[in-house]
Design a protein around this ligand. Sequence first.
Ligand code: NAP
Length: 271
Amino acid sequence: MSQVPVAVVTGGSRGIGKAVADECMSLGYRVVLVARNPRNLEQACRELCEKHSPDAAHQPDMAAVDVADVAAVKATAEDIIRRQGRVDLLFNAAGISIPGTFDQDAETFTRLFAVNLRAPFLFMQAFLPQMTAQGGGRIVNVASRNGKVAVAGLGGYSASKYGLVGLSESAYREYAARGISITTICPGWVNTEMAANEGPSLRPEEMVQPEDVARTLRWLLSMSPSVRVMEVMLECAGDVERRASVELAKLYALKRRHEKEFEELDVRAGL
Ligand SMILES: NC(=O)c1ccc[n+]([C@@H]2O[C@H](COP(=O)([O-])OP(=O)(O)OC[C@H]3O[C@@H](n4cnc5c(N)ncnc54)[C@H](OP(=O)(O)O)[C@@H]3O)[C@@H](O)[C@H]2O)c1
């Protein structure tokens, strides 16, 4: 078996996955990028090669596959194990966001689940036995802040991400004692194409940057083997501050109402 560690990064052709693949190459991994569009994958591989000038053992590899296709994901995972001989890190970033809840048709709702939840399940199912045989490994799943706190009008996406948080937490507990570390990252807005397409409430520079997620992976990998991190939430300061000021305003309104009620009681009691 090769000694070069292998990182499989789904959604590795752009956004968070691409930043993570870049970080993995800096850390000495051979990366396998997974996404649908082969041209974007080739472009990402070219850019990584230009930046890192890898030797033959560290050349990035790619697999063009729709992760919503069960048979194709299973075949891809088998092929990766056959070609690479090992898998040390699985970073599940491939995902889609489609707004809506009850205005969504059943196909859209199902597609969100197929890409955001079933695909990470299938890759984990395929690679966990390999990691176990190797004596350890690491899995990182990108859920979302919407997988912890649901907002109105994003029910399908939120449900798929809540599902991923639950799947990851269960797997985290099941595999913690087997040397396999499983972490869920739950970011707020991240400055990628996905966020830009949604008409976000924050400017790009106010969001979490894809490199922040990559740095979170570096931080996770820097931990002692005795440490397990189940979940990391990365919020945008602007969002946190806005929510905090709304909550403060509500508290002050409540205080003013009660003060008025007490004053009226005092008047009635003749105090
Ligand atoms: N951006 C945010 O604000 C934000 C916030 C919280 C969580 N997240 C989560 O973070 C993850 C990455 O998001 P991002 O912002 O980096 O998105 P992005 O820029 O849109 O990139 C998505 C990546 O996933 C791949 N992908 C999408 N559907 C796929 C499919 N069916 N099969 C295979 N690959 C597929 C895309 O490549 P192809 O299109 O070529 O397939 C691309 O490489 C997602 O799971 C997302 O839900 C994002």
